[in-house]
Design a protein around this ligand. Structure first.
Ligand SMILES: C[S@@+](CC[C@H](N)C(=O)[O-])C[C@H]1O[C@@H](n2cnc3c(N)ncnc32)[C@H](O)[C@@H]1O
Length: 355
């Protein structure tokens, strides 16, 4: 499980269970329900010990209704994901690190175990979580970490320049402040998602010229930073009138191929502003001003200025002709002017419709 000895040492030094609150949240049918450590100790222990599972520590931004929680909004990330991200950071003792998304404070403590607590700043947007993390960090012996309640999309300029910025919440657009606040040669590691797909972990190196560029190094799914939660909404574009007015044709989309992870990721990088989901054997697409629907029998309905199903077929065709590159061959270059995506050659990319 541990790719480097220092990660194992840090893992043994920082007790994960000490960063978990007394009440966590578990899936229960269509909602999340509270699980109390004292009342269900065995289930609790199972959760904490599962290397592949995140433990949800907050739902609905801390305000669930009596029926339960709808959306997880904070978690202690899955051990496997935490370890993989630490390894990608290539941390050296003494480096200055900024973490976005303190959550419980567990990962900040691991970072501190490597670089020194006074070298770590961590930002949490939720006031209650930020103060809980400060308490847990202090009790675990990492009170020297600077743990602030702040919007991490702005970074934290007073502590810059950083050698490493690591986000433990996903972005659809890498905030320019992160690039500005990372020193030349420094790294930005962030879960990156498009509206289409949410599996990428991108590792960007900041250049002397102040751009940040690098490849996707893994497939990982994290909750979004608060300011970037919005995705295109079908109810904003779909109506009975638009259904009647939609253009009908036979679907050219190979939906089985689209369902494979690397294909889905690739199409997402070509159509970053379009959401797509399968429902009862049919497929939906939704962009800012258009929608498409492919019925199980292959009939496609498209509405709006864009033909989203046709765009998907073209993106899949592009991916096929490019030799079906895997997620790891894709990369991102972030400059003052926006985001460019690429596959293989950073010089031959395309503008990503974000940021
Ligand atoms: C997956 S959790 C982080 C896990 C955490 N690193 C740990 O070790 O427990 C994601 C966290 O990001 C926080 N978050 C979301 N948007 C944020 C933002 N704009 N700035 C700072 N924190 C944010 C959430 O409140 C949540 O606590």
């Amino acid at each position: 499980m541990f790719p480097e000895p220092w990660i194992e040492r840090a893992w043994r030094a920082v007790p994960r269970a000490a960063f978990l609150p007394e009440v966590v949240w578990v899936v229960d049918g269509p909602t999340y329900r509270p699980l109390h450590r004292g009342r269900e100790p065995e289930r609790w222990a199972q959760l904490v010990d599962d290397p592949g599972q995140a433990v949800v520590t907050q739902v609905d931004d801390g305000a669930p209704d009596a029926a339960g929680g709808d959306v997880p909004t904070s978690s202690v990330s899955a051990p496997n994901a935490v370890v993989d991200m630490l390894a990608e950071l290539a941390l050296q003792p003494g480096q200055r690190v900024l973490e976005i998304g303190t959550g419980s404070g567990f990962n900040a403590a691991l970072l501190a175990a490597r670089v020194g607590a006074d070298r770590v700043t961590t930002l949490e947007i939720d006031a209650a979580l930020a103060s809980g993390a400060r308490r847990a960090l202090l009790e675990a012996g990492y009170g020297g970490v600077t743990a602030l309640e702040a919007d991490g999309e702005r970074g934290w300029a007073p502590g810059a320049p950083y050698d490493r910025i690591v986000a433990t919440a996903s972005v659809a657009s890498v905030p320019w402040a992160w690039v500005e606040q990372t020193g030349p040669g420094g790294l930005i590691l962030a879960p990156f998602r498009t509206a289409f797909c949410s599996h990428g972990l991108v590792r960007l190196v900041v250049s002397d010229q102040g751009t940040a560029s690098g490849r996707f190094v893994g497939a990982t799914t994290f909750m979004s930073v608060r300011g970037q939660r919005a995705r295109p909404r079908i109810d904003a574009v779909f109506s009975a009138e638009s259904w009647d007015a939609s253009r009908r044709s036979r679907s050219a989309v190979d939906v089985d191929l689209l369902g494979t992870p690397h294909a889905e990721f690739a199409v997402g990088m070509r159509m970053a502003d379009v959401a797509h989901w399968a429902q009862d054997g049919a497929h939906w697409w939704c962009g800012p001003d258009s929608w498409a629907f492919a019925a199980g029998d292959g009939t496609t309905y498209q509405w709006g200025p864009r033909d989203l199903a046709d765009e998907t077929a073209a993106a899949l065709d592009w991916w096929d002709r490019a030799g079906r590159p895997e997620l790891f061959e894709f990369g991102l270059t972030v400059s003052e002017h926006g985001h460019r995506a690429w596959a293989g050659d950073p010089e031959r990319g395309w503008a990503l419709g974000v940021g």
